[in-house]
Design a protein around this ligand. Structure first.
Ligand SMILES: [Zn+2]
Length: 151
């Protein structure tokens, strides 16, 4: 399996999100042969939907699948708790992570559950995300559930 090629599909989604002035995280769900089942991106800003993370967006667009064990979830960034929970809930067999420098995620927690985790450390993903975090720290903190104390 050419995981770089799969990542390119997710990265394309992340860049679309960036152009839409949303959080630039993309994801796609593939079958065991590497065919796209669904692709998506974080649309929290675009749709004012806090549950529209890249992974959940791709998952929903893939529609119902009989079995997730053979599927591959690819995300440009290590998944948050919410999306990690999705992976465990449906027993998605493989997770490909574009990068985990800007956000470490919970990859060990997924490995413990038997998920095959592949880290690509992709420079394009790192650059896109770090640019966004630097310029929109408030939107980013909201995304990962870090709330400012209310005054
Ligand atoms: Zn998430």
């Amino acid at each position: 399996m050419n995981y770089e090629e799969l990542l390119n599909v997710a990265l394309k989604e992340a860049r679309k999100g960036f152009e839409e002035e949303g959080v630039p995280i993309g994801a796609a769900l593939f079958d065991a042969e590497g065919h796209v089942l669904g692709r998506g991106r974080n649309r929290r800003v675009q749709e004012n939907d806090p549950s529209a993370h890249a992974e959940t967006d791709a998952f929903r667009r893939a529609g119902r699948q009989k079995n997730y064990q053979d599927t591959i979830m690819v995300s440009t960034l290590a998944p948050c708790w919410y999306c990690s929970g999705l992976i465990r809930q449906f027993n998605i067999g493989t997770l490909v992570v574009g990068e985990n420098k800007n956000f470490p995620g919970h990859l060990d927690w997924l490995r413990e559950a038997g998920v095959k985790v592949i880290e690509l450390n992709d420079a394009r993903c790192i650059e896109l995300m770090s640019y966004f975090i630097e310029h929109h720290p408030d939107i980013w903190n909201e995304d990962i559930g870090v709330c400012k104390p209310s005054k």
